[in-house]
Design a protein around this ligand. Structure first.
Ligand code: NDP
Length: 484
């Protein structure tokens, strides 16, 4: 994987160059160097993909569940068989530590596919009996062609999280991975060919939001859009599709609170909330970046968190010992640093980090930041209200449960939170009252693929995961049969 890679679109079962031969540079975040080209696809490529998807969809929908299960499982097996190559590609493309890609991203990608291959065989529909009068049953039929648009932070993980249920449910998919991290979706296209996925069932178009994302979301034959990305892009997609009645699932940004109570297991809490703040360089929508700590243990917690942040081994993402890699791009690095400056302007105190981290050798021009802990800011500070999506967390004290809840809910976002306490009743009360879609108690990022996944408020609409995803990618049709 050391040579330059020219990425191709995947249309009608074939890998091909973009029709208009427009390309973008692919930059390795750890080195700042160009290492390949990405198609900047446009409406011409989209028309080819739509044509292929239309030709393939009905036959795919009529394929037996068992056959779909077999093909998707073959694909999952191929991901496992290529896991080293895929992990290296993900690490190089995104800047994440290769150890993380090996342990989390790539195994999760094959798990996503295996999970939905199996789930579709267990997908039951409802029946409503009307006594002596009639019986209703619900058909759940594929939608047709659906668009799956995914972000750069967990590239193959989130790409497969969308396309697996869409394909399992019998749809044809046109997918657009983030232009910033296209490599594993390209390698995945190669695996689809090897797995024998029928032509046109999945089409992958690379390129920017404006050149291909926009035309894809507004195309008349696209019946549904499953989107994961930033809140403003989600708002834009909702606006441009408002008149078209497309189904929308929007998984958007987060600014997740972490609530630490004095009765927690402090050592475990520091390690796990530190991981929640800094995993993947803070670039996970579920990262806990607003940390609220009960005053009694505030000093001890802060000291422990700073120690944790300073212990993380920053280095070349391709080094297996690295725990903390590069952020995804220069633009993103500058954005994160701007928030650090803003924090200082607003009276914040940087306890550790706050700067670019310079390495020697291969990574001397890479986009590395230091894990950063900030205290002394109000909750209304833009640093506490806006999503930074980088290795920056703030810590604030609170006195009691009521105040902790008010601080947690004082946000436009509502994706996830974590609560750290040994008082089980308190944990239940808070879980009930916190305004977010996912609550973790004494753990973080413990995922069960059957559970509803998504957020409220500015974190999106709809839920992914398990039966929710299969419902999204199917159209329910009620059939009422009279007993005569
Ligand atoms: P963006 O919103 O910038 O992009 C997401 C995807 O949408 C990319 O593929 C992007 O392409 C594409 N896109 C951009 N503009 C348009 C458009 N007009 N029409 C259609 N598609 C478009 O998000 P990021 O890639 O920066 O990802 C980070 C964001 O994702 C964060 O806010 C994070 O919180 C959120 N996220 C949410 C998750 C959740 O489950 N709720 C999970 C993971 C991330 P391009 O690459 O060209 O910009």
């Amino acid at each position: 994987m050391s040579r330059s890679v020219d990425i191709q679109n995947y249309i009608n079962g074939e890998l091909m160059a973009p029709f208009n031969e427009h390309y973008l540079d692919n930059i390795e975040p750890a080195t700042g160097q160009i290492y390949g080209r990405i198609p900047n696809s446009d409406a011409t490529d989209l028309e080819m993909a739509v044509k292929a998807a239309r030709a393939a969809q009905k036959k795919w929908a009529a394929t037996s569940l068992d056959a779909r299960f077999q093909i998707l499982n073959r694909l999952a097996d191929l991901i496992d068989a290529n896991s080293d190559r895929l992990a290296e590609a993900e690490s190089r493309d995104n800047g994440k530590p290769i150890a993380l890609a090996r342990q989390v991203d790539i195994p999760r990608a094959s798990a996503n596919i295996r999970f939905f291959a199996q789930a579709i065989t267990q997908f039951a529909s409802e029946s409503h009996a009307m006594g002596e009068i009639a019986i209703n049953y619900t058909l759940r039929q594929p939608l047709g062609i659906v668009a799956c648009i995914s972000p750069w932070n967990l590239p193959l993980y989130l790409f497969t999280w969308k396309i697996a249920p869409a394909l399992a449910a019998g749809n044809a998919v046109i997918a657009k991975p983030s232009e910033v991290t296209p490599l594993t979706a390209y390698l995945f296209s190669q695996l689809c060919i090897e797995a024998g996925l029928p032509k046109g069932v999945l089409n992958v178009l690379h390129g920017t939001g404006p050149s291909i994302g926009g035309p894809l979301t507004t195309h008349e034959h696209v019946k549904a859009i499953s989107f994961t990305g930033g809140t403003s892009t989600g708002q834009h997609i909702r606006q441009v599709t408002a008149k078209s009645f497309k189904k929308l699932s929007l998984e958007l940004g987060g600014k997740n609170p972490t609530l630490v109570f004095a009765d927690c297991d402090l050592e475990k809490t520091i390690a796990e909330t530190g991981r929640a703040a800094f995993a993947n360089q803070g670039q996970i929508c579920l990262c806990g970046s607003r940390i609220y700590v009960q005053r009694k243990i505030y000093d001890a917690y802060v000291k422990g968190l700073v120690k944790y942040a300073e212990s993380l081994r920053i280095g070349d993402p391709l080094d297996t010992e690295t725990q903390f890699g590069a952020v995804v791009s220069e633009t993103h690095m500058e954005k994160v640093l701007k928030y650090v400056d803003m924090a200082v302007e607003q009276g914040g105190k940087i306890l550790t980090g706050g700067s670019r981290h310079l390495l020697q050798g291969r990574c001397e021009s890479g986009y590395f930041l230091q894990p950063t802990v900030i205290t002394g800011l109000n909750n209304s500070s833009s640093v506490n209200q806006e999503e930074i999506f980088g290795p920056v967390c703030t810590v604030q004290p609170f006195d009691d449960e009521k105040e902790a809840l008010a601080l947690a809910n004082d946000s436009n976002y509502g994706l996830a939170c974590s609560i750290w306490s040994s008082d089980v009743q308190r944990c239940h009360r808070l879980a009930r009252d916190i305004e977010c879609g996912i609550v973790w108690v004494n753990c973080w990022l413990q995922r069960d693929l059957r559970t509803p996944f998504g957020g409220m408020k500015a974190s999106g609409i709809g839920r992914e995961g398990g039966v929710e995803a299969l419902r999204f990618f199917t159209e329910p049709k009620n059939v009422c049969i009279s007993y005569g």
